[in-house]
Design a protein around this ligand. Structure first.
Ligand SMILES: CC(C)(COP(=O)(O)OP(=O)(O)OC[C@H]1O[C@@H](n2cnc3c(N)ncnc32)[C@H](O)[C@@H]1OP(=O)(O)O)[C@@H](O)C(=O)NCCC(=O)NCCS
Length: 190
């Protein structure tokens, strides 16, 4: 693993320990968590369609990593990364999408979402990913290093929107004169 990635892992893990305001453990989702995960997504977004979207991502075999936040044996948060073909200057980039982040409404603004991101990004980097793409709140994700500017050159249905952001886990992974993100239909239906 490159030195820059080690540095990112250190920074994120230190921030993660400092920010948490509840006793939460993060671990990979297992089969037994599934119903609780779907409930957290339903409650966080206040609708069924986002839970169905995550189910479809799973059914279509797109999930790269799915992590839960557990408090007292109960799932209170969830983050899922999915495979997302990205190319820059005609060359494939090892990139994934941060496709859904949910925290139970009773546990929001306590650091759980941040913990999930800071726990998972180093794992994603260690797994060899060079970049992460997100379509999300422009006031939330920049604190973790996501930037609309980095995503600007990538052609996608969301190009140019402030909510379309990217994070380079490997420096300059997305630098080039042009590039694109290929969204499968499931991403566009949510
Ligand atoms: C967005 C969400 C994942 C954040 O997780 P969380 O555990 O509540 O947030 P954290 O405790 O890590 O961070 C709190 C910060 O996030 C901000 N925040 C929370 N929800 C936000 C939102 N919808 N938009 C922008 N900022 C938000 C808070 O204002 C707070 O900011 P501050 O640190 O400057 O005070 C969570 O609130 C949630 O599940 N929301 C509903 C579903 C959703 O919108 N998911 C994200 C889709 S991109």
């Amino acid at each position: 693993m490159k030195a820059e990635v080690f540095h990112l892992v250190d920074v994120l893990q230190t921030q993660e320990a400092a920010m948490l305001q509840v006793e939460v453990a993060c671990r990979d989702e297992c089969v037994l968590d599934r119903e609780q995960v779907l409930n957290v997504i339903r409650r966080a977004f206040g609708r069924e369609s986002t839970a169905n979207y995550v189910k479809r991502l799973d059914e279509e075999g797109r999930i790269f990593k799915s992590i839960v936040a557990i408090e007292n044996d109960r799932v209170i948060g969830h983050i899922v990364y999915t495979l997302l073909p990205v190319e820059v200057d005609g060359k494939p980039v090892r990139a994934i999408g941060l496709s859904c982040l949910s925290v139970d409404p009773e546990k929001q603004s306590l650091g759980v979402g941040s913990r999930l991101i800071k726990h998972s990004l180093p794992l994603v980097a260690q797994a060899g990913m060079a970049a992460v793409i997100v379509l999300g709140h422009p006031r939330y994700y920049p604190r973790f290093g996501f930037s609309a500017e980095i995503a600007q050159k990538l052609k996608a249905p969301f190009s140019g929107k402030p909510s379309f952001m990217a994070l380079e886990l490997v420096p300059n992974a997305l630098q080039g004169s042009s590039g694109s993100v290929e969204y499968a239909p499931v991403y566009l239906e949510e």
